[in-house]
Design a protein around this ligand. Structure first.
Ligand code: DC
Length: 232
């Protein structure tokens, strides 16, 4: 499999995007990018600066902050202007406000540009998010859209929190996910939607291993097709 591909994985919160995207990238030796971490970083900075009600200031943060994502030991580390903010971007306050921040055009524009620029590397890339197949890489070689029932998605989030030693209420998590789904799918700009040419995988009843296997198979088949076309 010699051709380096762009693999776009979209889906709602808790659909299994991060876990499968990381494993797929690892197995292929590709760069893994969690685009949601960038929207979370801007949201965290806006909360800390107390400017959540000021779009001009939020946009300034998105435009002027240097955001670096570093993936190591199965985890995405987030740095803003050199400061490690990894531990703060998944707080309840960020969860509650990230959909509001990410619907601002002036926030999306610079972040999408940064994401597009990440493909200018000499290796393949797996990027996950909400608009990767539709806006960031509309010409991605592989487009995957993951879905799962709300019950399953909430259950996964609760497990993640519990593993970190944080106790959470499943109904509260369900409510937060539903609210984010609503905001993410109904927003005017780059709403979460399945690209026409994306392959949909319902992850409610499959294991992570099966999910990863499915995606890897699609990537390998696409790479083989591309390589054969070159030879013809
Ligand atoms: O993937 P996540 O749950 O960490 O993403 C957090 C939020 O960021 C999500 O509610 C919507 C937003 N987001 C987005 O608008 N576009 C992306 N490509 C990725 C995330």
């Amino acid at each position: 499999m010699s051709k380096k591909l762009i693999v776009a994985i979209d889906g709602p919160a808790g659909s299994g995007k991060s876990t499968s995207a990381k494993l797929v990238a690892q197995q292929l030796g590709y760069l893994y990018v969690d685009s949601g971490a960038m929207y979370r970083a801007v949201t965290f900075l806006a909360i800390r600066k107390n400017v959540l009600n000021n779009n001009v200031e939020i946009i300034k943060l998105a435009e002027e902050t240097e955001i670096d994502l570093k993936f190591a030991d199965g985890k995405t580390y987030v740095f803003t202007n050199g400061e490690n903010i990894t531990d703060y971007i998944r707080s309840a306050a960020v969860n509650e406000n990230v959909s509001i921040v990410s619907k601002i055009y002036g926030v999306r524009k610079p972040l999408v540009e940064k994401q597009k620029a990440m493909s200018n590397i000499n290796c393949g890339i797996v990027m996950e998010g909400r608009d990767i197949s539709t806006v960031v890489f509309p010409n991605a070689d592989v487009k995957i859209f993951l879905t799962a029932s709300i019950e399953k998605r909430a259950e996964r989030r609760v497990k993640e929190y519990n593993e970190k030693g944080i106790g959470v209420d499943v109904n509260e998590i369900k409510q937060n996910i539903s609210q984010r789904d609503k905001l993410d799918t109904t927003r005017e700009l780059s709403p979460l939607l399945k690209a026409k040419d994306a392959i949909e995988i319902d992850t409610s009843k499959v294991t992570i291993e099966e999910q990863v296997e499915k995606i890897l198979k699609i990537v390998k088949e696409t790479a083989d097709k591309r390589n054969n076309k070159k030879k013809l």
